[in-house]
Design a protein around this ligand. Structure first.
Ligand SMILES: Nc1nc2c(ncn2[C@@H]2O[C@H](COP(=O)(O)OP(=O)(O)OP(=O)(O)O)[C@@H](O)[C@H]2O)c(=O)[nH]1
Ligand SMILES: [Mg+2]
Length: 410
């Protein structure tokens, strides 16, 4: 791991930590850090996907998990037999993030109330109702009942790529005619938007919000907006879980993941001062190596740099995993993130060797001196994790760019 954090960036980061600490009293922040620092493993988030048979529910489940429809653990799609019981699918690397594939209400004989009881509605954080055509009265009754039970729901209109293509063909527009294609696409999307709005309004929904989506290109159309909307409407902790677990689709998702991870890092650094300390002889410091190791591994998973995520991404984009790995410069494979790796990094770190980062930390946030090790544990953990994160983001950008490159013809 090459050092990526300089004194200047450390100073800036500490100013941010300080402003977070200044807003509450130290004990409250400390307790909050304890509670939230392990959110990826402690907090469960469950999303329910419902909608008519064939609407694209299972495809959407796979899309949210960053997976292809074929492959180990993928939800079965395109089958004619609809399963009549909720199916649970965990996120491939963060098992507490669950997506439930529910049978559509129209495929059951239940009323909305009975349906919600049967599918254990209270287990879900929110619902997504998927339709590939008009939303039905059943879907709408369900949405109103969900609302009645104080849960959120989002309407998703899937398969817009098919509508766009159909309209283009019926207008006789050639695929080479980019300008005409774009115009036609705009018109199709506008028509679907209006039609969905009017249809839902007619069914009794007061201010319908519909998100237009294609499973084949989630970075286009309304998926980024949908993601942003449900992040906005969750509490702070669940929002961070969503941001960290949802697939990387745009540069913006990388940015958001980085910010969420940064806020997690200083909480981890505070916790690292209080438990299972081991001394670092050459620095006469103590910090929790276990926390540092597990957080670095989590960073790898969040930024799709661990073996499992890389394999899933390679499979999704039809590339060899070695090709994706070849652009990773700084981030080691998760198996190599060990106590030895961390000690070695600290020994080689020029920033750590030449300045007393502890003093810098205490200068900024004298309160941290009250922590175990007089702030040194905090400073060491914070510095190392921040460094690892900066490097991971650089690598993630390169891996995503490689994944997005057109495939070479053989
Ligand atoms: N072109 C296109 N096809 C899609 C999209 N979403 C799903 N499909 C296809 O639509 C078909 C049905 O999708 P599924 O995800 O199996 O639908 P489902 O709602 O789970 O169906 P049931 O489980 O039978 O209720 C599959 O062949 C999918 O590949 C999309 O956004 N665009
Ligand atoms: Mg299905």
């Amino acid at each position: 791991m090459d050092p990526a954090v300089t004194i200047e960036t450390l100073r800036k980061d500490l100013a941010e930590v300080k402003s977070a600490l200044d807003q509450k009293n130290f004990e409250a922040v400390s307790a909050e850090a304890q509670q939230q620092s392990n959110l990826l493993n402690n907090i469960t988030l469950a999303i329910a996907i419902t909608g008519r048979s064939g609407a694209g529910k299972s495809s959407f489940v796979n899309a949210l998990r960053g997976m292809k429809d074929r492959g180990e653990g993928a939800a079965l799609t395109g089958v004619t037999e609809t399963t009549m019981v909720p199916q649970e699918y965990s996120h491939p690397t963060f098992p507490n993030f669950k997506i439930w594939d529910l049978p559509g209400i129209g495929t059951t004989k239940f009323s909305a109330k009975e349906y919600l009881t049967k599918v254990n509605f209270s287990n879900y954080d929110f619902f997504i109702i998927v339709s590939s055509g008009r939303f039905t009265e059943d879907d709408t009754k369900l949405a109103l009942e969900i609302q009645e039970n104080n849960k959120k729901f989002y309407y998703v209109r899937s398969k817009v790529d098919i509508d766009i293509d159909n309209d283009r063909r019926s207008k006789g527009i050639d695929v080479g005619d980019t300008h005409e294609m774009m115009q036609s696409e705009k018109e199709t999307l506008e028509t679907i938007r209006k039609d969905s709005y009017n249809n839902l309004k007619a069914l009794g929904v007061s201010s319908p919000r519909v998100f237009l989506i294609s499973r084949w290109d989630l970075s286009k159309y309304d998926f980024p907006l949908l993601q942003e909307t449900f992040e906005k409407e969750q509490d702070e902790i669940k929002r961070d879980v969503l941001i960290l677990c949802l697939p990387i689709l745009t540069k913006d998702s990388l940015k958001k993941k980085k910010a969420a991870m940064e806020s997690l890092i200083w909480k981890k650094a505070m916790v690292s001062c209080s438990v299972g300390l081991i001394p670092v002889p050459f620095l006469s410091l103590g910090f929790d190596v276990g926390i540092v190791v597990s957080t670095m591994r989590d960073i790898c998973k969040v930024f799709c740099l661990d073996e499992n995520s890389l394999n899933i991404l390679a499979n999704r984009v039809g590339k060899d995993v070695e090709e994706l790995k070849s652009v990773i410069e700084h981030t080691p494979s998760t198996g190599k993130i060990t106590t030895e790796f961390i000690m070695d990094f600290l020994k080689r770190s020029p920033v750590w060797g030449t300045i007393t980062a502890v003093e810098l930390v205490l200068d900024f946030i004298p309160l941290l001196g009250a922590l175990y090790g007089g702030g040194s544990s905090f400073a060491t953990t914070f510095y190392m994790l921040k460094n690892f994160l900066e490097n991971a983001v650089k690598d993630a950008e390169k891996v995503q760019a490689k994944a997005a490159e057109p495939k070479r013809r053989k």
